[in-house]
Ligand binder design. Sequence first.
Ligand SMILES: [Zn+2]
Ligand SMILES: [Zn+2]
Length: 301
Amino acid sequence: MSEQTAATPKTEEMASPFSSLIIPFATVHLLAFAAPLIAHCSWKLAGLALGVYYARMAAITIGYHRYFAHKTFRTSRAFQFVLAFLSQTSMQRGVLWWSAHHRDHHRYSDTEKDVHSPMRGIFWSHVGWILSSEHTAFDESRIKDLMKYPELRWLNTWHLVPPAALGVALFLVGGWDYLVWGLFVSTVMLWHGTFLVNSLNHLWGTRRYATTDTSRNNPLIAVLTMGEGWHNNHHYYQSSANQGFRWWEIDGSFYLIRLFQLVGLVWDVRTAPRKIVENTIKAAAQRGERVMPIGPMLEAD
Ligand SMILES: [Zn+2]
Ligand SMILES: [Zn+2]
């Protein structure tokens, strides 16, 4: 081997491999794990953490994911802002950043350009990509439909305003204990709950559809994420508001979308065409599974 090839190239200069998120990320983890030492512990406080977790999980899946990234239903400009604000309480950067990167994830699933493919390792897909300085910027051309709203651009810039407002509200209602359990503990659960869809949901579960990526369906992740665990269904038919395609595929976010539709907050809810669901049921019957009819919730409008 020549000396030239043996020498380590030093041409790649990296300012910092980490984004500025790493400091709040580590701080919130520390405060959450120290909760039993720095705050009171009770079932009520644990219930508060879980309640705020599921409320914000619903906001992310309905807002960030099914509305902003995929436009699976339509709504008013006012409710659009409400969805963006509530989604941003999750502390996963702003609505424009999230949507642009998620659209890229579908565009380049499991290729080199996929922002969080598990092909780069499970740690990278779970949390590495979000803490890395590689993806702090986003491609505005991916979200031209969202960029035209000044209120969304403002919210995206000031992405910590919603979680700060949540923190203040929790503190005013229940003091320090509510802040620790309702914000810090709940947010750590929420981060890792959401990140499971990017990491484990591309590695563990069943593949109903032969998509060109590694997405899988996983009922446990579906329960933890208000329906996002039916990720193979979602990769197969991304513009559907429901990700559970069979009556037993629990999809809490979709039930809420139907409720919002019932009271007139959202409309033009898109669902997977009946043909896709029927073919799925036919294939299940051929495999000898017990087949149930399509539920009324899944009927296309
Ligand atoms: Zn998606
Ligand atoms: Zn995916």
